[in-house]
Design a protein around this ligand. Sequence first.
Ligand SMILES: Nc1ncnc2c1ncn2[C@@H]1O[C@H](COP(=O)(O)OP(=O)(O)OP(=O)(O)O)[C@@H](O)[C@H]1O
Length: 643
Amino acid sequence: MTASPVGDDGARPTDGANQRPVGVLRETGRALRARRWQLGRLAGWSAAESLPALLSGYLVAGAVDEGFLAGRFGTGLAWLGTLALAVLVGAAATGQVYRALGTVVEPFRDELTGRVARGALRAATTGGTRPQSAAVARLAQQVEVVRDSFGGLLMVVRGFLFAAVSALVGLVALAPLVAALVAAPLLAGLVVFAAGLPAMVAHQRRYVRAGEALGEAAATALAGHRDVLACGAQDRVVTEVGGRITAQADAERTVARMTALRSLSLGLGGWAPLAVLMLAAPWLVARGVTAGAVLGALVYVSTGLQPALRALVQGVGGGGLRYVVTLERILLTSPSDESADRTGAPADAGRSAVARDAPATPGDAGPTHDSRPSRGVPDHAVHGATAHGDTAALRVRGLTFRYGPHARPVLADFSLTLAPGEHLAVVGPSGAGKSTLAALASGLVRPESGSVEIAGTPVGGLPAEQLARLRVLVPQEAYVFSDSLGDNLRYLRPDADDAALTAALDALGARSLADRLGGLAAPVAPTTLSAGERQVIAAVRAWLAPAPLAILDEATCHLDPPAEALVEEAFGRRPGALIVVAHRITSALRADRVLVLDGERPMLGEHRDLLGRSATYRELVGYWDDVPASPPAAGSPARTGSA
Ligand SMILES: Nc1ncnc2c1ncn2[C@@H]1O[C@H](COP(=O)(O)OP(=O)(O)OP(=O)(O)O)[C@@H](O)[C@H]1O
């Protein structure tokens, strides 16, 4: 069951179209300030590297004016020989430039990697979930993108600055008038580029987000394709995914259009000075500028300024934008240690309740501020709920909940009452809101309106310890900690003796697992357990809890059907009410009543009754084809709702 559509980053950023890359600038500034000395070294070697750029035009002018045009061939060659020497010095310096660059870039990469790893660990240790290795791998990949683009950006910006300053100094030395003719269009090109940068960043960001949204929508549609078919929702899904494809194509077209702006600035700053120089050459010569100086100026522009500007425009407009947008993603999903301590990391948002809660509670049901429309349930309450006065095990009244101010409600005006000892199964297609209901019913998530009471106690605002006394919630992602098996099982009932633990293990068919692990005193290494073994341990722990309401949110999805049946039957015999968010429809057959969340209209009833009333339920039952169409015979051990 997927309670969070946020991708495995663990955090869904808000729509970033209007975000400013303030955090990126701050982070970049901090990284650069922290490496002043290394930057100084980089600047020193860059100055040496730009020696040819500084001297080229001047030496060419000298070779022409003093040498070849003056009939002194040897002198001309001497000037050019000096230029060749400068080129050799520059080439030698280039090797050192890359070394110096590494001393700036690599530590920044290491910092980001550490931050990502700490963020993932923090989310796992405070969120009660296992580390999301896919998210960490993707973030690590993003760190590599940042490292490459950061290095590239430093190279092009520094390259342009040194080339521009060298060329302008050389031009002034040749003839100030020529320098002015070159500087004016260069400046215009730079202004156009700088003015377009914010828009380029915004469009690039939109493009990245559109790609992510498309990937997410397509993955969701693929993962849920059987449910989509079962519900006849193909058209809706095609429309939704098609919309994302169109949005991404639009974003890509806009990004492509922005290259026109880059070309304009390159044309203005790089090509226009050449054209101006050539057109103005006769006029310049008439004003006393030598032919060599004009040629030298052309050399400065064509071999220094123009390539450096092209590298700048392409580097900043390509890798630079990638740098901003990717670093933004990393900062958003892996906040610094200080900000995480101060405010709680976004990755932990919605999990704080879990952090304080018992390990056997879910970690993923926290709301995000996502405005993605969710498959909502329109204004229908579940009618026919049994009324049991104030002794109801669970009483949900007029519950409305959505995952963001603009999202469609997942539940709207939803009501439900569970009698003590009653066993309810919740079924429905993917995304119908089953996990959301489990999170709301267990008080992990606050509704927008409406109320939830467990055994007569309103859960809104209750501290985690009190919530844990009222209900136990077992999520799909079972949590087992590194301690003895006995301590793991005793977590929610510290006073349970070994005999009680053994009885619980027997009841849930987990005795052989305990024996295999070495008994109650044996240490448990969570990473060596299979997902199913972790689920069994979490189930035994929850079964022992004294809470009057147990909620299993696809808590047995990794078990085979007989093992799942054993666990559910044991929970059925446990004192207290039970809600099972069903992974297999067979869970519904074991329940007193079944709640069908179908994305349109929730429906509550008994199995046979629902077969007649709910098309969705019929589809679900038909879909798991080994399910008998009628409930187990009376007296069958398949289910007893109460203790
Ligand atoms: N953290 C979240 N932020 C935003 N939307 C969410 C979040 N969690 C769930 N949703 C959306 O709320 C709706 C209900 O999700 P929920 O996980 O409760 O459904 P479900 O029936 O449990 O689905 P599944 O069986 O696939 O786990 C879905 O449209 C889902 O995309």
